[in-house]
Design a protein around this ligand. Structure first.
Ligand code: CTP
Length: 433
């Protein structure tokens, strides 16, 4: 029996996909089709896939041509599959010509001509492009213009700034399509609003955007008033839109994997979560509130949102400026510790210690694709590494597009009640500080 295998993402299933699967089937007696998993696509930098894995598998299955469907989950899997399934021929489109020649040691490799004038990329570009508008009060874009280039279906169109000159300057700098100092006009020209301005004005901009039915991404924190935040989330749900707080690390594969392993008992019962974060290195100097929000969020993701008590010990310089703090978050049987500094050169890291081991992310833990674990009974450090590019915003944007297409009104990476619990702690810290 001649066994054939072929692989693909098969996003927005089209006749090019059907043709290659059909030709592959005709070359043998048994056809296996490998469909890429979501995490593998993200890992190889393909962030624009629109259909879920289940849908893509279902589309391949409904051709009736595949005898078996497998999932391609990691780089290097093809060699393993060819040996495991005793494959005679690997079939792939001519766009990959030469790229799989190294597999010729294992089986025959056939590059077949692609079907002309059709591709998932082309179909994706014909779909709706969501227009992002930035609310700015300085000429920095927070990386959004660059990051959107890696996520298809989304584009930064224009900018609003309360002063016309600043709006124009911003627009020219990032080569956007429009600028305005009229917020109503701005809202009528975009689908998604990115609020990137001083904290005290954020809530107003967010509220108006939601009332106009816009999706919103806002710098964190959105407000220091828990009641205001609750009202904003309520309004978002009433208007069937989603309000996303810009804490990007909760969208990263490495951080999520770390949380899953921790909650999956890899290091036993968690006793301590310790994170250090410095305002200076964090995105080139952020406010205390924005920096500490990230740390609070990390502790909460690992220990839960029911923190019993928060204590802080701020150190100030002679002029009364914040310099350093060691914040503790008390849980019934664990402790979260946050070391935060403004100008001091502290060592950034995140360490989760449990009764059976520890997991840690060295250096800038909020912006990484890496972590390591040391588990009882294993003398070696286990290293985990995932593809990570840019400043993390592209992963948030990609998730936002999925939320929009699923018509959800809440993000599951950072739930509304988690953001609310976070702001309550922030409020306490600000009152104390
Ligand atoms: N394919 C083809 N003809 C096309 C499009 C794809 O023969 N017009 C083949 C590819 O060469 C590959 C398989 O179908 O062997 C799965 O391709 P995939 O990358 O999933 O589809 P594309 O349309 O090429 O996707 P994209 O535009 O995202 O690269």
């Amino acid at each position: 029996m001649k066994k054939v295998i072929t692989y693909g993402t098969f996003d927005l299933f089209h006749r090019g996909h059907y043709n290659i699967i059909k030709k592959a089937r005709e070359l043998g007696d048994y056809l296996i089709v490998g469909v890429t998993s979501e995490s593998y696509d993200i890992e190889r930098g393909k962030l624009n896939v629109q259909d879920s894995l289940l849908k893509r598998i279902e589309n391949v299955r409904s051709t009736g041509l595949a005898d078996e469907i497998i999932i391609e989950e990691y780089q290097g899997q093809k060699v393993n599959d060819i040996i495991k399934y005793d494959i005679d021929i690997l079939v792939i489109g001519s766009d990959w010509r030469g790229k799989f020649d190294y597999l010729k040691n294992y089986c025959e490799v056939k590059y077949l001509p692609r079907t002309k004038d059709i591709s998932s990329t082309k179909l994706r570009s014909e779909k709706h492009i969501y227009k992002i508008g930035v609310v700015a009060d300085d000429d920095k874009d927070g990386g959004i213009v660059e990051e959107t280039k890696y996520v298809s279906g989304i584009h930064v169109e224009g900018v609003y700034a309360p002063e016309e000159t600043l709006a124009k300057e911003f627009c020219d700098k990032y080569e956007l399509n429009f600028h305005t100092a009229d917020y109503e006009e701005f809202l009528s020209s975009v689908d998604i609003v990115y609020v990137k301005c001083v904290l005290k004005k954020r809530a107003d901009y967010i509220e108006q955007a939601i009332e106009h039915g816009k999706y919103v991404i806002s710098d964190s924190p959105m407000t220091l008033e828990p009641e205001t935040l609750k009202a904003l989330f309520k309004k978002a749900q009433e208007h069937q839109v989603v309000l996303v707080e810009k804490i990007t690390f909760v969208y990263l594969r490495a951080f999520n994997q770390l949380v899953w392993l921790t909650h999956g008992d890899m290091i036993g019962k968690v006793v301590s979560v310790k994170c250090a974060i410095s305002q200076d290195v964090f995105g080139g100097g952020k406010s205390f509130n924005e920096t500490v929000s990230h740390a609070l969020c990390a502790v909460m993701k690992l220990l839960g949102k029911n923190c019993m008590e928060v204590t802080s010990n701020p150190v100030k310089d002679g002029a009364g400026h914040f310099v350093y703090d060691m914040i503790t978050m008390k849980y019934p049987d664990a402790l979260g510790t946050i070391e935060i500094a403004s100008t001091l050169d502290i060592e950034n890291s995140l360490v989760v210690t449990g009764t059976k081991g520890r997991i840690n992310i060295p250096n800038d833990w909020w912006n990484t694709g890496y972590f390591e674990a040391k588990v009882e009974g294993n003398e070696f450090l286990k290293r985990y590494s995932f593809n990570f590019e840019g400043n993390g915003l592209r992963y948030l944007l990609q998730e936002l597009l999925i939320i929009i297409s699923d018509r959800r009104t809440e993000c599951t990476r950072l739930f509304y009640d988690e953001s609310e619990a976070l702001v309550e702690i922030l409020q306490t810290l600000n009152q104390k500080g």
